[in-house]
Design a protein around this ligand. Sequence first.
Ligand code: SF4
Length: 901
Amino acid sequence: MNAMHQNNGPVRTTCPYCGVGCGLRIGLDAPGAITVTGDPEHPANLGGICSKGAALGETIGPAGRLLHPMMRQRDGSFARTGWPAALDAIVDGLSRVIERDGPNAVAFYLSGQLLTEDYYVANKLMKGFIGSSNVDTNSRLCMASSVAGHRRAFGSDTVPGTYADLDEADLIILVGSNAAWCHPVLFQRLVRNRQQRGAKIVVVDPRRTATCEEADLVLQIAPGTDAALFGGLLAHLADKHALDYQYIETHTSGFENTLARARELAPDAASIARACGLAQDDVVQFFDWFRSTERAVTCYSQGVNQSAQGTDKVNAIINCHLATGRIGKVGAGPFSLTGQPNAMGGREVGGLANQLAAHMNYVTADIDRVRRFWRAPRMAEREGFKAVQMFDAVARGEIKALWVMATNPAVSLPRAGAMRDALGKLELFIVSDNVLSNDTINAGAHILLPASAWGEKDGTVTNSERCISRQRAFLPAPGDAKPDWLIVTEVARRLGYGETFAYQSAADVFREHAALSGFENDGSRDFDIGGLANISDADYDALVPVQWPVRAGKQPSNPRFFAAGGYFTPDRKARFVAPEFPMLAEAVSVKFPLCLNTGRVRDQWHTMTRTGRSPRLAAHLAEPFVEVHPRDAAAVKLTDGGFARVTTTHGSCVLKVVVTESQLPGSLFVPIHWSGETASSARVGDLVASNTDPHSGQPESKATPAAIAAVSLPMRGFSRTRRLLELPLDTWWTRVETINGPELRFASDRDILFWHDHATRALGRDAQVAEFIESEGESSGQTYRIAAFVDGEFDGCLSVGAGTSALRWDALQHVIAAGAPSESNVTTVALVDPMLADADSGPMVCACFGIGLETIRAAIRSGAASSVAEISCVLKAGGNCGSCLPELKHILARERAVTAA
Ligand code: SF4
């Protein structure tokens, strides 16, 4: 790895993961390595960083990179080609489809991982020059309901507040948000506020997550009932005369109807508690706190958005803030926590099929304005297909050419199995990415384009609080990789639009984007960064984080929106919206009696193409799992640590079972991260129904009716080989990155004899002569281990045994992890006497310092640590990024409970 900025001090850039948008400092002093620290001057994180951000250095490098354009051959393999040939093939293919079937037969599917400049150019090409609005993005799966809710209420997709409000609030309500894991640095700000100012935190979520460890009140709400709770709150506020009548009268419309609907949905606390599955006292407590706390912020995230009624839920929350005038004020307002690093930037450029650029809409005046600004020959005049609709149109054969950029829809879409089948029907299927292989590429891509990755490209991103920050290149792009904006620009030029796609740099694109936002914008549109339209290259390079609006003239004195009204509706008033009766799109049934929820884990990101490369991140939760309540586990004889098949109408997965009271009875939780590349049967998108919200088009990813059944896989093992060991098709496996390379963990119902034969055949197969050291466990052949050596060098190993002999399993891993194992130490320590290598510290809790659960438990039990602070002091755990602090708190409480019992 060659650094571009040698010895020039740290490069300041932005984290590529979540919507917190932390500023980072990249140190390039050590040859071949980077150091990543939080930027104390960035307003989003003030120096903070979480486990994912801190491990970024482990995720870069040449392994698995797509380095050159590739074209699929007749035999199904890919062959390297040059940029001119790949671009010509794309242009020929797009032109053929457009000429024959019209512009709506092509589509782009983008990503919240793209930079704003990438997004801008792709959106412009499709909507202004190809003449279709079939541009949508994986952000549709993430926060489209917040966009739709904002637009219904405010007339614009505006996040009114700032992160500073989270420091100033006296009450913070987190709805459908496991912020401790999904927005960790922001969560630490909330925790500091609670510790230092005494702010109260309320969590509303069907799951009892790590976030609840810092909550003053947890409302473990029944899935899909949020609008009843917030409708009840609105009615309560009205009954207690706790409304801001002046704000309602001056700055809003539609209050009376909305209040009437709220009373219908939730006439009193008792009925709300029943509808939401909550204790009435808790409901009353929440209502009292909200009523009596002027500085209240309600944060909402995927638990609200990923719903067939997500938009209604957003509006039910916003209604309460409008009715109390608690919006756009210090420490008060509704606050959408965005999942992805640049979902907000994508919204700003109109990277959604139902938006135009610069927060403009499909209305005549806006279409005309964008057309004139772009000098667009074929301006799209109506909305295109939203994500799920887009892939359904691919399945029907209506869309014949698709270009996927920087995302992995074959894993992340609902009904992902059917979507993969649909991708195989495309006449032209282009993928721009930086990995050589993923499930989307493997679903039949024809042309692969190598895109520059984080650290190799320049541009901007916008975080959840409207703050635009620079991502800066500090590494050269490897091979033939190019930034996405340039790839799209070169296609546009080949299509004949060179004059209007004359960009020479990301700064050129940014200036045009900024100019469009200010074009004929006299304050009628919220998004305005026209003040940056003439920014010089040098100033763009040096751009410090800046919150929009950045108008060309006088800047607003308040960084927040709407404290004094000024909404972006025709009458400049906010609209109250009466939600529909809350219900899930599909009810559970006798066949599918459980409600399947999906979401993220602390140390992984999306489909693991990046975080999956970090050994320390992999160590936190290494294997795909399903969480199930003890009652439901007992009903079908599941055991904690065993295996289960989760089935819905759309597919099934086999997962490790975690029995936990954090789940509500009747519900399951499965993480979204594992793909066909990293596990045999854990792609949860295959199971999720594609019921979408009528306003936002966002699918209900958190409530698919499902069934669960035990699966017997009595033999468990792992293998570590130079080239991943081939396993029989009926083997359950997952791939885990370790410091010495990838490891396969597997489970099977095949016996020791089978594994003996399989391992001796598979290990060392590429070598002329391989030496094997084998051992069998004492208890009548219940374990079998084999290590292969070629020319005295360790070549690979496999360990398998009955049941959960994790200690013995881990013993061999520890020997290997300690360094290149020699024949003698493998023989003496791992194979002959595995107990000597007893160094198992259990599942990783603190990724920064590699501290496992058992080590922490031992410290607590020995009396060496009796508080989270002491654990940090004794073991360092939790002393760096703080992402594991909620887990430490939980472990401590559990150990105390065990001791007390
Ligand atoms: Fe990155 Fe973590 Fe900050 Fe999110 S909270 S932006 S993942 S460092």
